[in-house]
Ligand binder design. Structure first.
Ligand SMILES: [Zn+2]
Length: 271
C-alpha cells in the first residue's frame, strides 16, 4: 500500500498540530517536513511532532536543505553540506521519520562519473556515522535539471548495496529532466525494473516518492504546477505502482498540496 501526503503542512494551516489534524480529516496518511532552509527544529519539538503524527496515524518523511552539495570543492561548503545531511537524518530519527531525502549535489562542470564516485564516498561516510538500526531510510532525490546531479541511474549507483539507503523518485523531476519522457505506464515499469535490478525486490516495499504537476523547458524543471494544469500522466504512473504492489510514501508537491494529494490517493484507490 502507498501512503499519500503533503510536502510541508497543508495550505491554510500554520502549525504541525493543525496540519496533522487536517491531513487526518482529509483521509491523508503522510507528511514531509520541509527543512529546505535548514533544520531549525529542536529535538524536543521533533519528538512532539513525531508523537503527534503517531497518534494520528501519519507517516513522516523529511526533506533536507537546498544548500547541500556533497561535491563542493571548498572545505567550508562541503562541511556545511555534510552537516545539513546529518542534521536532517538526526531530526528524522528523533521524530521517527520513515525516510529522509535531499538533493545530493552539483556537477560543477565535472565529469558525471567522477562526481558520482565523490558523492557516493561522502554519503557512505555520512552513513557510517548516521546509519544503523533505528535510523530513517536515507534516500537522495532524483533532480529536475540535467545540470544537477541526480538521474535515476546515478542515484541507484550511489545507494546500491547500502544498508538503509534507497532513492526518492520524484516523477515530476524524472519527466522534466528528460524533457517529457517518463510519463507512461511502460516508462514507469522501466523505472521500477531499474530499482529492482539495482536494489532488489525488497526496495519496492519501502519507496519514497514525490509527485506534482510540473512546467519544464529545454533545461528541465521550471516550477511545480497543480496536476490539472500539467501534462504529468499521474494516473498511469499510479496504476503501475498499484499493479506492482509498491509500498511506501508518495508526497505531493503541487501548489495546491492537499487537494492534489487527495486526487492522487483517490486515483490510486480506484485501481
Ligand atoms: Zn526535493
Amino acid at each position: 500500500m502507498l501512503k499519500f501526503g503533503t510536502a510541508g503542512i497543508p495550505n491554510g494551516t500554520k502549525s504541525y498540530e493543525k496540519g496533522i489534524e487536517l491531513l487526518r480529516n482529509r483521509g491523508l496518511d503522510a507528511l514531509e517536513l520541509e527543512f529546505v532552509y535548514g533544520v531549525r527544529m529542536s529535538d524536543s519539538r521533533a519528538k512532539e511532532v513525531g508523537q503527534l503524527a503517531l497518534e494520528h496515524g501519519i507517516t513522516l518523511t523529511c526533506h533536507g536543505p537546498y544548500y547541500i552539495n556533497l561535491n563542493a570543492a571548498e572545505p567550508e561548503k562541503l562541511e556545511a553540506s555534510i552537516r545539513h545531511v546529518k542534521r536532517t537524518i538526526q531530526a528524522g530519527r528523533v521524530m521517527g521519520a520513515f525516510s529522509v531525502t535531499f538533493h545530493a549535489g552539483f556537477y560543477l562542470k565535472q565529469e558525471p562519473k567522477q562526481v558520482l564516485a565523490v558523492i557516493r564516498e561522502r554519503l557512505l561516510e555520512i552513513m557510517a556515522d548516521e546509519g544503523g538500526p533505528g535510523m530513517p531510510q536515507v534516500a537522495p532525490e532524483t533532480t529536475g535539471k540535467a545540470s544537477q546531479f541526480g538521474s535515476l541511474s546515478e542515484l541507484l549507483q550511489v545507494v546500491k548495496g547500502q544498508e538503509n539507503m534507497s532513492v526518492c523518485i520524484d516523477f515530476a523531476h524524472l519527466h522534466a529532466r528528460s524533457i517529457g519522457r517518463y510519463n507512461s505506464a511502460k516508462e514507469t515499469e522501466f523505472v521500477l525494473e531499474k530499482v529492482v535490478q539495482a536494489l532488489g525486490e525488497d526496495a519496492l516495499s519501502h519507496m519514497h516518492f514525490h509527485m506534482a504537476g510540473i512546467a519544464y523547458g529545454p533545461k528541465g524543471e521550471k516550477h511545480h504546477l497543480n496536476l490539472a494544469d500539467s501534462g504529468l500522466n499521474y494516473s498511469e504512473i499510479l496504476k503501475v505502482l498499484k499493479m506492482w504492489d509498491v509500498s511506501g510514501v508518495a508526497i505531493c508537491e503541487s501548489p495546491n498540496l492537499q487537494d492534489d494529494a487527495c486526487l492522487l490517493k483517490e486515483t490510486y484507490s480506484r485501481y
